[in-house]
Unconditional design. Structure first.
Length: 81
């Protein structure tokens, strides 16, 4: 998630997280893509997933997974714990 405009990814995460909570979700799946050509999670992906998971679990919302897509390939962060 590292890019020149660090504020944009933060606002985007907040928007989608708020949407899930506004709809009284009991579970969430976080999804994003890696246009760089490598679907392997980077340290930012792992860190952000951990923070989001801790935040929503504090209000009894579970996180089912966080797939990272690259075309038809994907990596699941939950299976990497």
């Amino acid at each position: 998630m590292a890019n020149q405009n660090k504020g944009y990814p933060q606002r985007l995460r907040e928007k989608f997280l708020k949407s899930g909570l506004d709809h009284a979700a009991v579970a969430l799946v976080f999804v994003h893509n890696h246009p760089t050509g490598n679907p392997k999670p980077n340290q930012d992906d792992i860190s952000i997933t951990k923070k989001l998971k801790e935040a929503v679990e504090a209000i009894d919302v579970s996180v089912h997974d966080h797939p990272i897509f690259l075309g038809m390939m994907f990596v699941l962060l939950q299976t990497m714990d």
